[in-house]
Design a protein around this ligand. Structure first.
Ligand code: PLP
Length: 395
């Protein structure tokens, strides 16, 4: 028996264990001090009422012999796939029901795509970026090369002329909150078409975009149906982090050496996955209905307003920051020449704020810091003033 040696390629994940350890040590030393947690990447508001009602109804259906459901259709129930399709249609993007595959979330789908690609394909991973992209690529044996986000390119790196077969794009980005423009995404689509590369477009935060000139889907870009798949999630847009619902859209036109990737994905999913629970599909349908969307968007607006409060607090302090406008994340430069763990300690001690050190999102994240709007409004407002004071004091 031999283990998958690719696991040896993974760097140990110190980020959240490091944060947890430092916060626990602080709490032990200062038991009476209340911390504001602006490091969380999880939602905090409860599910919207139409979603909860749908869950109750579905649970009752499962309790009666005439409405009980067992295994569902492989790609998901038509009612739930239509709800996803209609969400796209409202924005003028046409996707077909047969191109939509429901799942338990974006992370599972991203990892699942690694099954479809040969190990020699080069993965291009945004740095800084969601650490999962690099790790799933390494586990599957791919060479991994960073696509460098910098302050100069607004943390929206474009094609850099280097080779790439699997291109991860995330817009709005985690951790940077930066959103690609139409022209910037067009450059990536042209690159992918020219090289025969496949773009894995992570749209987990699309609901946070409020600037209508910015694309919410890669399929708003001409040619994308020939080179991209899109992975969506209700985790952040409808508070489904604990309920679990995501989807992948695989266009019919997307082919690799004549093979339709949609067919391969169907084969992969129907072999390794048995579908989203029926009550969760009903809950997703409710979240995507008119009433559900209105309720969920209130939560999105609440988180985004928190992020904007943080962003405003940094205004005029002289530190670079981005995000917060169309995203729950604010990405800031560490003041006073501190590295990201030094700033973590400084902010914890001085302002009683817990954030996330940028180094955890790749080498390009060093010297930067992520704050999130997923916390409580009043606590975030109070923390924003302490943040500002601490940044100004750090010079
Ligand atoms: N993609 C990005 C960029 C994320 O930040 C996250 C979660 O934080 C995910 C995907 C995971 O989404 P899901 O909960 O649908 O698995």
């Amino acid at each position: 028996m031999e283990l998958n040696r690719n696991f040896q390629r993974l760097a140990p994940s110190y980020l959240f264990s490091g944060v947890g350890r430092k916060v626990a040590a602080f709490a032990e030393k200062h038991p009476d001090v209340e911390l504001t947690r602006l490091g969380i990447g999880d939602v905090t508001l409860p599910l919207a009422s139409p979603v909860v009602q749908a869950l109750h109804r579905a649970a009752d259906e499962m309790a009666r012999p005439e409405t009980f459901r067992g295994y569902g259709p492989e790609q998901g129930y038509p009612f739930a796939r239509r709800a996803v399709r209609d969400q796209y249609a409202r924005r003028g993007v046409l996707v077909e029901e047969e191109e939509i595959f429901l799942s338990d979330g974006a992370k599972s789908d991203l990892g699942g795509w690694m099954d479809l690609f040969g190990p020699d394909n080069v993965a291009r991973v945004p740095d800084p970026g969601y650490p999962v992209y690099g790790d799933i690529s390494l586990m599957a044996g791919h060479p991994v090369r960073f696509v460098q986000g910098t302050r100069e390119n607004g943390f929206l790196p474009g094609p850099d002329g280097q080779d790439g077969d699997i291109i991860y794009l995330c817009s709005p980005g985690n951790p940077t909150g930066a959103v690609y423009t139409r022209a910037q995404l067009t450059a990536w689509v042209e690159y992918a078409l020219e090289r025969g590369a496949v773009i894995l477009f992570d749209a987990a935060y699309e609901a946070f975009i409020r600037d209508d000139t910015l694309p919410r889907s890669i399929f708003e870009i001409e040619g994308a149906r020939h080179c991209a798949v899109e992975i969506g999630s209700l985790s952040k847009s409808a508070g489904f982090t604990g309920l679990r619902f995501g989807y992948t859209v695989v266009p019919r036109q997307l082919k690799c050496r004549g093979v339709r990737l949609r067919d391969l994905w169907l084969r992969r999913q129907s072999t390794k996955y048995n579908g989203v629970p029926y009550p969760v599909q009903r809950a997703a349908q409710a979240a995507l209905s008119d009433a559900g969307r209105a309720a969920c968007m209130q939560a999105v607006a609440y988180y985004r307003a928190n992020a904007q409060t943080l962003r405003r607090a940094l205004k005029g302090t002289g530190v670079f920051c981005c995000g917060g406008e169309n995203s729950p994340y604010v990405w800031m430069q560490c003041p006073g020449g501190m590295d990201s763990w030094q700033f973590f300690d400084y902010l914890l001690e001085r302002a009683r704020i817990v954030g996330t050190p940028g180094a955890g999102f790749g080498p390009g994240g060093e010297g930067y810091f992520r704050l999130t709007g997923f916390g409580d409004k009043e606590a975030t407002c109070a923390a924003a003033q302490r943040l500002r004071d601490a940044v100004l004091a750090a010079g």
